[in-house]
Design a protein around this ligand. Sequence first.
Ligand code: AMP
Length: 115
Amino acid sequence: MTDTIFGKIISGEIPSEFLYEDDHCVAINDIHPQAPVHVLVIPKKAIPRLVDAGADDRDLLGHLLLAAGTVAQQLGVADAFRLIINNGSGAGQSVFHLHLHIIAGRQFTEGHMAG
Ligand code: AMP
């Protein structure tokens, strides 16, 4: 699947530096970082939105969480990071290829879901 910018990055059609790669996902720096650390974990399988994942994707979804933890460790932010998935344009999703945002390196407001 190469229909989104992330599909093209994964296929190599658009060159990008992978901070992390395994059989099922890659991690790249967000091009418009919202925090000192803003990394995207992107499955190689192109699932448009989280709600489009099915039971067949159970292992992959678990894998993405574990990969996010690994990437956070690699980046030295394992003690303080947030994981965000925007699902649908109404929630701010702009690239319709599932991805997890790892956000870290700035002060988080305690207990504040969005901040
Ligand atoms: P979302 O709004 O959740 O769909 O997140 C999409 C994210 O992808 C945004 O934070 C963008 O800044 C980021 N983005 C878009 N194009 C690229 C790109 N070519 N390389 C890295 N990040 C990108």
